[in-house]
Design a protein around this ligand. Structure first.
Ligand code: ADP
Length: 270
């Protein structure tokens, strides 16, 4: 097999103003199906980006690529200036090996529709597990940090409960605290409110809004809740067929969409 050539991509990003996340000409295919098509996307440090678009447009794939759950067909993804999907070998970029991926993946925190808390552990133990087992933090320090984060998501009083005793919204809040406990540079939210009863969606969106307002985290969120996207994002990206069809501030994109496909999508979801 011929060596793949990634020489047109820098080994790392340099300069004062490097993005926290960069997709550089990223393509992802499943057989004949192109899911991401030569995608360029920069997310600045501290920026909250919402990805919207029709089903199958590639939204979740963007997050899955960042979680290194999918191999990349073309292009390079960088996180905090370093390649995520590739690593340097003898002055050249080559595809990252599993060890490198594991190390890089630790910088990415994720929350999904299905929160998958460890059922046999309390809320507090759920939050402590990663820092102790993966980061090698001392138990006392991990406990202090986890208590702080449970406080942040309004779950301090439930810290000794097991997930089965918590509502969906409460479990999702614990899942957010658990992800934050790993001190990620980037947080990903994939339809975190989709599986929730309408009456508890508000408590989860409040927590995320609070993170946006008070913490300088870089976040990418996929959501079908346009109101929420409008409320909290710095920028909204409308995906269509694996490409960004249009992106803008939420005010502009929702009130004054330029492209016909965006207009159609927005009028259908209203
Ligand atoms: P969205 O989140 O916008 O609904 P996805 O990123 O989940 O879209 O998926 C984009 C496209 O990729 C869809 O057509 C989906 O069927 C396809 N796809 C996703 N995962 C796989 C897979 N493992 N194998 C084949 N096709 C897939």
């Amino acid at each position: 097999m011929m060596d793949e050539d990634f020489s047109q991509y820098p080994l790392e990003l340099t300069g004062d103003d490097i993005p926290m996340v960069r997709f550089s000409r990223v393509s992802k295919r499943y057989g004949e199906l192109t899911v991401l098509d030569n995608l360029d996307l920069d997310v600045a440090a501290g920026e909250m980006i919402t990805i919207i678009g029709p089903s199958g447009s590639g939204k979740t794939t963007v997050l899955r690529m960042l979680m290194t759950l999918e191999t990349i067909n073309e292009g390079v993804i960088y996180v905090d200036g370093k390649p995520l999907t590739h690593m340097e070998k003898r002055g050249k970029l080559v595809r990252a090996d599993r060890r490198y991926l594991r190390q890089m993946r630790a910088q990415i925190g994720m929350c999904f529709q299905h929160f998958n808390l460890f059922p046999h552990m309390t809320a507090l133990e759920n939050c402590m597990e990663g820092p102790v087992q993966v980061l090698g933090m001392k138990k006392a320090a991990a406990r202090a940090r986890s208590e702080e984060l449970l406080e942040l998501v309004g779950m301090a009083d439930k810290r000794d409960q097991h997930p089965a005793r918590l509502s969906g919204g409460q479990q999702q809040r614990v899942a957010i605290a658990r992800a934050l406990a790993m001190r990620p540079k980037v947080m990903l939210f994939d339809e975190v409110t989709s599986a929730l009863d309408p009456e508890v969606i508000g408590e989860v969106t409040t927590v995320i809004r609070n993170l946006v307002d008070k913490h300088n985290l870089t976040m990418l969120m996929v959501t079908h809740q346009m109101g929420f996207a409008k409320d909290i994002s710095d920028r909204v990206c409308f995906f269509f067929d694996g490409k960004i069809e249009e992106q803008n501030s939420p005010d502009e994109l929702f009130s004054n969409p330029q492209k016909e496909r965006t207009q159609q999508f927005l009028s259908a979801v209203k």
